[in-house]
Design a protein around this ligand. Structure first.
Ligand code: AMP
Ligand code: GLY
Length: 411
């Protein structure tokens, strides 16, 4: 069979490697792909929804898997379904659970899902008047998609007012700032749980810890993710029970009561506080870099579990009891100003799984072309063992302005 994977990060590289080990997979296509995927299959450069639809029809592709949120929110699944093309992911309306923080907060509130207290605003002055009555810190979120940059933790009133102005009036994220969600600040640690949906039930994977801050010791700006470990060593059975009772079950009930029956992934972004586990957000897709460690430990055949979900069958997920560590190597300056175009050397010397993201082929060289350049993934009986492998390999790899955190998987 032939499979198309939409996206170009290390997440998509991880999905690709997992599927590539399946003998039934005849050819993999990627839109737009990266250096890993170019070596494994064929990259497709027209990644518009119509372009992909036509490509899938022409190439008779059997299954499409969508990595990032933007095509889901833009309606790729609706368009593919119109043409009876097999695709794993939610329709546009359901993708709004990620695409609109106002919509998802309303969903959480309606269905008694444990989440931070929040108010949604559509008028600038109302938002300003509200923050003047509140205590700080306070969390201000642009409702729409803002590439992970639309959340500001305001430490005082001045910062809150400036943020509201930048989001709603200056529209630094365009229409994403038409609505704002302003919510209580929760203090704790974060965990990510991703579940497969077969349209009727949700099947959660093991909890993952994602390292969001750019700097070692959790300092500096938020990023797309600098590393991950699984299973999260902080997330206890008690947290898991709290999650299942107060987040997972009511989410499923809410989906049923609103007649939302999607087949795809749902990602729960959690904050664990002294008062228990809270839901910060839904993503309607796999996470990056969460996928890298999930795929390293998943023992099921990925194609089979996806097809079973598409057929509405129940699945039983199995994970290795090993520990997995993923280290993300970046271009210096990420997530701000970066320079790219540098040759990546010694990639043949590593023993960890090497997944390219912001890297492309140029002749026979692999060069950097993005902020998050590659992921190194290893497993071990302990986190220390897995961590030593990825750091050993990170030390071997060289490109100009390389940067990575030195504390991924260190507890
Ligand atoms: P979100 O896109 O809603 O997950 O927010 C992005 C990041 O902002 C989260 O991963 C947290 O680090 C932080 N964040 C979001 N909401 C809150 C909150 N209510 N309290 C504390 N931190 C938050
Ligand atoms: N790692 C969080 C995300 O993929 O959004």
């Amino acid at each position: 069979m032939k499979i198309l994977i939409v996206g170009n990060g290390a997440r998509e590289s991880a999905i690709a490697l997992k599927l590539n080990s399946d003998r039934r997979v005849r050819k993999l296509f990627f839109a737009k792909g990266n250096a890993t995927t170019e070596l494994l299959g064929q990259n497709v450069y027209d990644d518009s929804i119509e372009g992909l639809r036509d490509f899938v029809i022409k190439e008779r592709i059997d299954l499409t898997i969508v990595g990032p949120e933007a095509p889901l929110v833009a309606g790729i699944v609706d368009e593919f379904k119109k043409h009876n093309l097999k695709i794993f992911g939610p329709r546009k309306r359901t993708a709004e659970l990620e695409g609109s923080k106002a919509f998802s907060k309303k969903f959480m509130q309606t269905h008694n899902i444990k989440t931070a207290k929040a108010v949604v605003f559509e008028a600038y002055q109302n938002a300003i008047d509200y923050v003047r009555t509140q205590e700080f810190p306070l969390v201000i979120k642009a409702s729409g998609l803002a590439g992970g940059k639309g959340v500001v933790i305001a430490d005082d009133l001045a910062e809150a007012e400036t943020t509201i102005h930048r989001f709603m009036i200056d529209r630094i994220f365009g229409d994403a700032g038409i609505q704002l969600v302003i919510e209580e600040y929760l203090k704790g640690f974060e965990a990510s749980i991703i579940a497969f949906s077969n349209g009727d039930k949700l099947f959660p994977c093991i909890p993952v810890k994602d390292y969001k801050k750019a700097g070692s010791g959790d300092l500096g700006p938020n990023t797309g993710g600098m590393g991950s470990v699984a299973p999260s060593p902080e997330f206890t059975e008690e947290h898991q029970k709290d999650f299942e009772e107060n987040i997972l079950k009511p989410t499923l009930k809410g989906l049923h009561s609103q007649n939302i029956r999607f087949k795809g992934f749902i990602f729960f972004g959690l904050m664990v506080t002294d008062n228990g586990t809270y839901l910060l957000e839904y993503n309607m897709r796999l996470g990056d870099p969460e996928t890298q460690v999930i795929m390293a430990l998943l023992e099921n055949n990925l194609y089979d579990v996806i097809m079973d979900c598409l057929d509405g069958k129940d699945i039983e997920l199995k994970f290795s009891d090993k520990k997995a560590v993923c280290l993300v190597m970046c271009s210096g300056g990420y997530p701000r100003q970066i320079e790219t175009g540098f040759t990546i050397r010694n990639t043949d010397k590593v023993t960890s799984q090497l997944l390219f993201a912001g890297a492309k082929m140029k002749g026979d060289q692999i060069i950097t072309n993005g902020g998050r350049v590659l992921s190194l993934v290893a497993t071990g009986d302990t986190f220390d063992e897995a961590r030593e492998k990825v750091y050993h390999d990170a030390n071997l790899i060289h490109y100009d302005y390389e940067y990575y955190r030195d504390d991924i998987g260190k507890f």
